[in-house]
Write a protein that binds this ligand. Structure first.
Ligand SMILES: Cc1cc2nc3c(=O)[nH]c(=O)nc-3n(C[C@H](O)[C@H](O)[C@H](O)COP(=O)(O)OP(=O)(O)OC[C@H]3O[C@@H](n4cnc5c(N)ncnc54)[C@H](O)[C@@H]3O)c2cc1C
Length: 426
């Protein structure tokens, strides 16, 4: 799936460059070959290289070119679907273990920032914010579930408490998490890549995997070369197609878009979000926003379930931004970009194994900045012979999207239209 939008992002304009990595030419051997140099692939590469494995990463474009270099940067505990959904699918015991592991995913970001000196503009604090009374009730039920069943206590802010930090009248309160936060996604991706390279991982850019031959020795083939390996990892997210059809059928690429405002200046930026937290509403097609380190507002939203970029994207994002912050009516968006998230039908993570030696993680469903690090670690454990955690995730059932290849997208557009309508009406 070709997508030239990342180069236009504020992230690409503000992250220190990483030296180009050569394309794969000729044959190589590795203990592990990983498809995709996003957070998942790089996390697995770091864990395995730390354990002494010889690792090759094949990236179709550039390091961090996919969702990992374009996302909203919001680092949040848990997974995209509610814990109650996971508990209904695999039981409360495993749901609790997975929740704890998701916290490890957040912690892993800090571990790696510290161990590998990754400067990625980390800021503490995240708020989920309701727009409608129905959503207040839903978020408060979520708060109770987290406290009672997961030992995770979060404060509820009423409207006035939220208003003291966030200069918007749109929201009715907030579920605030001081341990979640936000970071610069591309700085983080490139920092992980630097760490992997320093551990001896070979990363080949412009090396799209065109086929995978499965077997006791898996072979990843590119246009000009191939890698033979004992273990393979598929970490191509929404961007990979045709390498493992049984995985393709279980995720749907959905476009989501972000605009970076002009520089607002420290004072005006701080007046918008006093405590510098990240914010996400809880609509199906959500708005999410935060400040950048150079005092811009980074405002995300406007999902496209048809995989086509929405018409007049800049105007659509501006309208959404001024609905939240009418005081920014004079402000322009200097950068606008988008990317695909890999939605699974139930929005739960889809991680597991194909045959005996090819591993995968997908289905982050727009909630992957922290969970991808965990996925890489859990896959590396399985490769090293400890598959308990991967087996727990692999128990989550995942059905293919209905409609077959031609009808999947129209059906999803129709289904999502219903959820958006529900948010608009109630
Ligand atoms: C606009 C946007 C906003 C988001 N906001 C947030 C957020 O605020 N918080 C949050 O938690 N999550 C967010 N997400 C989701 C999060 O970014 C992803 O879940 C996460 O980055 C996925 O990482 P990954 O490594 O699995 O995949 P990616 O980062 O997409 O990496 C996959 C890589 O595989 C490569 N690839 C694909 N096919 C091949 C092939 N055949 N051969 C070789 N390489 C291949 C791609 O080029 C790509 O670089 C957002 C996503 C987007 C797009």
């Amino acid at each position: 799936m070709s997508d030239a939008r990342q180069p236009g992002s504020w992230y690409a304009a503000s992250a220190p460059e990483l030296p180009d990595q050569a394309a794969l030419v000729g044959s190589e051997r590795a203990d592990v070959c990983i498809l995709g140099a996003g957070y998942t692939g790089l996390s697995a590469a770091i864990e395995l290289a730390e354990a002494g494995y010889k690792v090759v990463v094949l990236e179709a474009e550039r390091i961090g070119w996919g969702a990992s270099g374009r996302n909203g940067g919001q680092v949040i505990f848990g997974f995209s679907c509610d814990q109650s959904k996971i508990a209904a699918l695999i039981g409360q015991h495993d749901a609790r273990r997975m929740f704890d592991w998701s916290l490890e995913g957040v912690q892993l970001i800090h571990e790696r920032r510290n161990r590998y000196a990754i400067d990625c503009d980390w800021r503490d604090g995240h708020a989920h914010v309701p727009i409608k009374p129905r959503q207040v009730a839903e978020l408060q039920a979520f708060q109770r579930d987290l406290a009672e069943n997961y030992g995770y206590d979060l404060p509820w802010w009423n409207r006035e408490q939220l208003r003291a930090q966030l200069a918007s009248d749109r929201y009715l309160g907030a579920l605030f998490d001081p341990r979640s936060g936000h970071l610069h996604p591309l700085k983080f991706a490139r920092g992980l890549a630097r760490a992997a390279l320093s551990l001896g991982v070979r990363i080949y850019e412009n090396s799209k995997v065109v086929s995978l031959v499965r077997g006791s020795q898996a072979v990843f083939k590119t246009a000009q070369g191939q890698v033979q390996c004992d273990f393979g990892v598929l970490a191509g997210n929404a961007y990979v197609r045709g390498i493992a059809p049984e995985l393709d059928r279980r995720i749907m690429p959905v476009g989501t878009y972000i605009g970076a405002s002009q520089v607002l200046g420290a004072e005006r930026a701080q007046a918008l979000i006093g405590n510098d937290m990240a914010v996400a509403d809880v609509n199906w097609a959500l708005d999410y926003f935060r400040l950048s380190s150079d005092h811009r507002l980074l405002f995300g939203g406007r999902a496209s379930y048809s995989t086509l970029p929405p018409p007049n994207l800049r105007g659509a994002l501006l309208r959404r931004m001024t609905r939240v912050f009418p005081q920014l009516a004079d402000v322009q968006l200097e950068y606008v970009w988008g990317g695909y998230v890999d939605i699974s039908l139930n929005r739960a993570p889809h991680w597991g194994r194909l045959g005996s030696n090819v591993y995968f993680a997908q289905g982050f469903s727009g909630h992957g900045v922290a969970a991808t690090g965990l996925a890489g670690r859990v896959i590396s454990e399985a490769i090293r012979g400890q598959s308990e955690r991967l087996d727990a995730f692999a128990k989550i059932p995942h059905r293919p999207f209905p409609g077959g290849r031609m009808l999947r997208t129209p059906l999803l557009v129709a289904a999502m239209g219903w959820f958006k309508l529900r948010d608009a009406l109630w």
